[in-house]
Design a protein. Structure first.
Length: 249
């Protein structure tokens, strides 16, 4: 059995490079003892050769950090431009201003677009509405956009949200943060029957079990490379995506 976890923050990378994350720990003292002696991270995957790395060799933490940041570990060249968005602290709940404008427009027998009387504001309002349909209360609006929509409807954004909320959001309105996917953590579960045999086995048999397990992991990763890869068109996949699953044939 396996689990896939998106890696989006540098802290997640450091957590895994430390080799003491929860998924690496065992309650079995014998297994933990053996893994402690051979638990150095190893490179795996067919794409390593393009990066001047060798499958099976120990992982260089600095190289891993660079790759997870989209950089060539040898030259520092940025191979993948990090996606950045407005800090969530510079945003406010979209529903507040959308509901206020919708209510005013309905009271005058108009649509929100008609009430705003401005094509750009109407377009931004429509995007906010679609976001609410998709995300519900979780959909956020940049504080500057909320202010423009409110002003277009003759409303005070401070009265809608409260002065303190708007003042705090304005502090972060020009601050941007990384939000792009750095990678995916694939965790493969070692069956208890195998881990028990590994713990009880002699040194030679334990080494054989470990070798077979690593071979199966390598095979699983190879299958995933063929079956689950996908390509995207457009800036950070904003265009279209085509999945490699299911495999052809």
């Amino acid at each position: 059995m396996g689990w896939a976890t998106p890696i989006v923050a540098p802290e997640q990378v450091e957590y895994r490079l430390a080799e003491d994350c929860g998924c690496d720990q065992s309650s079995d003292a014998e297994v933990e003892y053996r893994l402690a002696a051979t638990s150095d991270l190893r490179w795996i995957g067919s794409g390593l050769t393009e990066l001047g790395l060798v499958a099976g060799e120990p992982v260089d933490p600095d190289a891993a950090r660079a790759l997870m940041d989209g950089r060539d570990w040898r030259t520092g060249e940025q191979l993948v431009k990090r996606r950045r968005e407005l800090d969530p602290r510079g945003k406010v709940t979209a529903r507040v201003v959308v509901d206020a404008i919708t209510g005013l427009a309905a009271a005058d027998g108009m649509t929100a677009a008609q009430y705003l009387g401005n094509e750009a504001l109407a377009s931004r309002f429509a995007r906010a509405e679609r976001g609410i349909v998709r995300d519900g209360e979780a959909h956020l609006l940049p504080v500057g956009d909320a202010g423009r929509l409110a002003a277009g409807a003759g409303l005070s954004v401070e009265q809608l949200y409260g002065g303190d909320v708007i003042a705090e959001a304005n502090r972060w309105r020009n601050h941007r943060v990384d939000v792009g996917l750095r990678g995916v953590d694939l965790s493969l579960d070692l069956p208890k029957s195998i881990s028990t045999a590994y713990a009880l086995a002699g040194e030679e048999l334990a080494a054989a079990i470990e070798g077979e397990w690593m071979a199966s992991v390598t095979e699983a990763v190879g299958a995933l490379e063929e079956w689950t890869a996908y390509g995207m068109a457009g800036h950070h996949g904003a265009g279209s995506a085509r999945s490699g699953w299911p495999p052809p044939g």
